[in-house]
Design a protein around this ligand. Structure first.
Ligand SMILES: [Zn+2]
Length: 236
């Protein structure tokens, strides 16, 4: 197993089953931590497409029991089954911590206990609050071969694909012309998993032909179940 851990101001390299930390080195040229945050933030819009065409999937998990609160995003390559972890080589794990700072990457929901201590579980479920999260570290692991070289070869194409998708989905017309279908999911947390629809590019072409912008199109749609407007649009 070889690996790299990228932190804010430096990088750690490790090798072998017994993780042996080498001397910290300055960050890898051209790969600041912010690139990983960017990857995570753009991912959800394209997750279905990336899984289908690149066999690359992302899973999110959280640990909000201790301090700081942590959100983890694991990127799996060569995904061939529903169980991503079976093919977890190589993989990237990106960790965000909650922050009070104005410099943050996204706002997420966390269940905040009313009790300050974490020494005991009080059975206190707390309440859902908005929390700011900022990227803390990215770890890249590979069973064989050099993790850094692999990553350098892998990240650039992946970012290129995301850049192309950003361009493709910028307008309703370009989205329709690309031939990619659109998944429409309700924004309401408890509605979304039960109420998504797929719109084919032929239908998108018709709407684009009527001169609708992507914004118009989005605002025109209304959830059949709860009535919410402006759903989340993603590429299938
Ligand atoms: Zn809904």
């Amino acid at each position: 197993m070889t690996g790299i851990t990228i932190l804010k101001n430096h990088v750690l390299f490790h090798e072998g089953m017994n993780v042996k930390w080498n001397e910290p080195r300055p960050s890898i040229d051209g790969i600041p931590l912010s690139k990983f945050a960017d990857l995570v933030l753009r991912w959800s819009k394209y997750s279905g497409y990336l899984l289908r065409t690149q066999k690359t999937g992302m899973r999110k998990s959280s640990d909000h029991d201790g301090s700081p609160f942590e959100d983890f995003y694991d990127i799996y390559f060569n995904v061939t089954t529903d169980d991503y972890t079976e093919s977890a080589d190589p993989y990237i794990s990106i960790t965000f911590h909650d922050t009070l700072d104005d410099d943050y990457d996204y706002v997420g929901m966390a269940r905040v206990s009313r009790r300050a201590t974490t020494a005991y579980k009080w059975g206190d479920k707390g309440e859902m609050c908005e929390k700011r999260f900022k990227i803390y570290r990215a770890e890249i692991k590979r069973k064989e071969g050099d993790a850094e070289i692999w990553f350098r070869d892998e990240l650039a194409p992946l970012q290129g694909i995301l850049d192309d998708l950003d361009q493709t989905t910028r307008t309703l017309r370009s989205w329709a012309d690309s031939g990619l279908s659109m998944r429409v999911v309700c924004t309401k947390l408890f509605c979304r998993s039960y109420n998504s629809a797929i719109i084919g590019s032929d239908q998108l072409l018709l709407d684009a032909g009527e001169g609708l912008s992507l914004d118009d199109f989005n605002q025109k749609m209304r959830c059949k179940v709860c009535g919410a407007r402006s759903p989340i649009l993603s590429v299938v």
